[in-house]
Design a protein. Structure first.
Length: 487
C-alpha cells in the first residue's frame, strides 16, 4: 500500500514532465505549428528579390532560398514585400517571421536578432565612377559622399571610413545616383555589385577597390524566436544536397565570376516596357490608390467636421481637445504617423493590416488639416444666418444642416479640394507600410530593369490624370453649390 502511494506520485510527476516537454517542443517553432513561414523581402532588389519582368512573379536568389527552406521545414512560404529601411521594424512588429533579403551577419545584429547560418558569402567592394581614379581604398573615402541604405552594415563601413552618407532605399537607387554624378562612391557586397554590372552593362561605374570586410548573409528572425535551430538545419541540408549551389548557379553565377560569358537577356526598350506595364500601373491606381484616397478623404471629412464643431464649442474641454488634436496632426510628419499606426501599435497588441492602417493614418491626417478649413468656413457665415434659422424654429443641428453647412460648403470646397489632391499624391507614402499602390508598383517594375525615369514618369502621368479628374469634379461641384450662396 505504501509502495503504491510512493509510485503513484512518481508516475504522475513523470507524465507531467513528458507533457511539459511535448508542449515545449511544440511551441519551440511557431512556424511548424502554424504551417506557414512568413518571409519579409524587398521585391525590388535584383537578383536577390525582385519581380520577373516577363511574368511579374516574385523571384530571386533569396526568394528561392526561402522557398527551399520552407520545403525543408514542411511549411508554406508567404512573402511580405517590405522596403528595406522598415524591414526590421516590421519584423519586430510580427508582420512576418524571418527576413530573407541579404541580411549581413554582424555582431550587433546577432545581439538583437536570431541570425541563421550563412547561405551566401561575399566581400566588400568600393564602386566609383569609371573616370574617377582618386578612390582605390577605404582610406580615400574621408570627406566623400557615399550613397548607402541607412540600415545596411555597408553604410557603417563607409561612415567609419569618414564618408558622408546619402541615405537611399536600396542598391538600385545608390547606383543611379553614382552614375549621375550625384554621389562619389558606393560601398556594398561584391555579389550585389557584380549582379548590377551584369544586368545593366553600366560602363559609367567601376569596382575601384575592396574592403577587408567579408560579408555573410543569413535569415533573420526575432530574438529567441524558436526558429533558429530549424533554420540552421535546413540551410545545412540545402548546402549538403546541392540545392544552394543550384540556386546560386541560377542567379549568381554571373555575379561570382563577373566574366563576359555570363548569359545576357536582351532588355526591352523603355517604350516597350512602359506599354507592357500600362495596365499593371492602372490596376494599382484603380484598385488601391483611388479607393485609398476616397475612403480616407470621406472618413477624414467626418473627423474634420466633428473636430471643427468641437473647436467652436463653448465647452472648454472639447475645445482644448480639438486644439490638441489639430496641433498634433499638423505638427508631425505624415510618414511618422504611418509608422506609428503600422509599426508602433503592434507593440501594444494592436495589429492592423496594411490597407486599413493606411486608411486610419490618412483619415486622421485629413481630419487635422480639414478641421481648420471647415471651422473657418462656418465662421465666415454671417451671424444673421443663425438668427434667421432660430426665428423659423430650427434648432442647432437643423440650422447647421439646412442653413449654415450648405453655405459654408461653398467656401470650403476649394481648400478641401486641394487637400484631396494632396492626398492623392500622399498615398505614395503607403508603400512604406506594405501597401502596393501606384508608386510601389512602379518601383517593382523599375527595379530589375533600372528604367526609373520611364516608369516613374508614367506613374507621375497617372497621378496627374487623377488630379485633373478631381479638379474637373471640383469645378462642377462648386457650380452646383452656387445656389446656396446668400445674395
Amino acid at each position: 500500500m505504501h509502495h503504491r502511494r510512493r509510485v503513484l506520485p512518481a508516475v504522475l510527476a513523470l507524465l507531467a514532465l513528458l507533457l511539459a516537454a511535448c508542449g515545449a517542443s511544440g511551441s519551440e517553432n511557431p512556424v511548424t505549428s502554424s504551417g506557414v513561414l512568413r518571409v519579409g523581402t524587398e521585391g525590388v532588389y535584383p537578383p536577390f528579390s525582385y519581380h520577373d519582368p516577363a511574368t511579374g512573379q516574385l523571384t530571386g536568389y533569396d526568394v528561392d532560398v526561402a522557398r527551399a527552406v520552407g520545403e525543408k521545414l514542411g511549411v508554406t512560404v508567404e512573402f511580405v514585400e517590405t522596403p528595406w529601411d522598415s524591414m526590421f521594424a516590421a519584423l519586430e512588429a510580427n508582420r512576418f517571421d524571418v527576413v530573407a533579403n541579404q541580411v549581413s551577419i554582424t555582431p550587433e545584429r546577432q545581439q538583437k536578432y536570431d541570425l541563421s547560418e550563412p547561405y551566401s558569402i561575399g566581400e566588400g567592394v568600393i564602386v566609383t565612377r569609371a573616370d574617377d581614379d582618386s578612390i582605390t581604398s577605404l582610406a580615400d573615402l574621408r570627406g566623400r559622399i557615399a550613397a548607402q541604405s541607412i540600415t545596411s552594415n555597408w553604410a557603417q563601413v563607409a561612415r567609419d571610413a569618414g564618408a558622408q552618407i546619402e541615405a537611399v532605399e536600396g542598391l538600385t537607387q545608390a547606383m543611379a545616383l553614382l552614375s549621375q554624378g550625384r554621389v562619389d562612391v558606393v560601398v556594398n557586397d561584391s555579389l550585389s555589385i557584380y549582379a548590377y554590372l551584369a544586368e545593366t552593362n553600366d560602363t559609367a561605374v567601376k569596382i575601384a577597390g575592396t574592403t577587408e570586410e567579408k560579408s555573410e548573409q543569413g535569415l533573420a528572425a526575432r530574438k529567441n524566436s524558436g526558429l533558429l535551430g530549424d533554420l540552421d538545419t535546413a540551410i545545412e541540408e540545402l548546402k549538403a544536397d546541392g540545392t544552394l549551389a543550384e540556386i546560386s548557379q541560377k542567379y549568381l553565377k554571373v555575379n561570382v565570376s563577373g566574366g563576359p560569358d555570363a548569359p545576357q537577356v536582351q532588355p526591352r526598350s523603355a517604350l516597350r516596357l512602359v506599354l507592357d506595364n500600362l495596365w499593371p500601373l492602372a490596376r494599382a491606381a484603380i484598385l488601391t490608390t483611388i479607393p485609398l484616397t476616397l475612403i480616407s478623404f470621406a472618413l477624414g471629412l467626418v473627423i474634420a467636421l466633428a473636430v471643427a464643431l468641437a473647436r467652436l464649442s463653448s465647452n472648454l474641454v472639447l475645445t482644448n481637445v480639438a486644439r490638441f488634436y489639430i496641433s498634433l496632426i499638423r505638427g508631425t510628419p505624415l510618414l511618422v504617423q504611418l509608422f506609428i499606426v503600422f509599426y508602433a501599435l503592434p507593440e501594444f497588441g494592436v495589429k492592423i493590416d496594411p490597407f486599413p492602417a493606411a486608411v486610419i493614418a490618412f483619415s486622421l491626417n485629413v481630419g487635422g488639416y480639414a478641421a481648420e478649413i471647415i471651422r473657418s468656413a462656418i465662421q465666415s457665415i454671417p451671424k444673421g444666418q443663425w438668427e434667421a434659422a432660430e426665428t423659423i424654429g430650427l434648432d442647432y443641428v437643423g440650422a447647421l444642416r439646412r442653413i449654415i453647412l450648405p453655405q459654408a460648403s461653398r467656401v470650403a470646397v476649394p481648400p478641401l479640394s486641394n487637400t484631396l489632391i494632396s492626398l492623392v499624391k500622399d498615398t505614395s507614402l503607403a508603400s512604406i507600410i506594405l501597401v502596393t499602390e501606384l508608386f510601389r508598383q512602379a518601383q517593382i517594375i523599375a527595379a530589375p530593369t533600372f528604367e526609373f525615369f520611364a516608369l516613374y514618369g508614367t506613374a507621375a502621368v497617372y497621378y496627374w490624370v487623377i488630379c485633373l479628374v478631381l479638379s474637373f469634379g471640383q469645378a462642377k461641384f462648386e457650380r452646383r453649390l452656387e445656389r446656396y450662396v446668400a445674395k
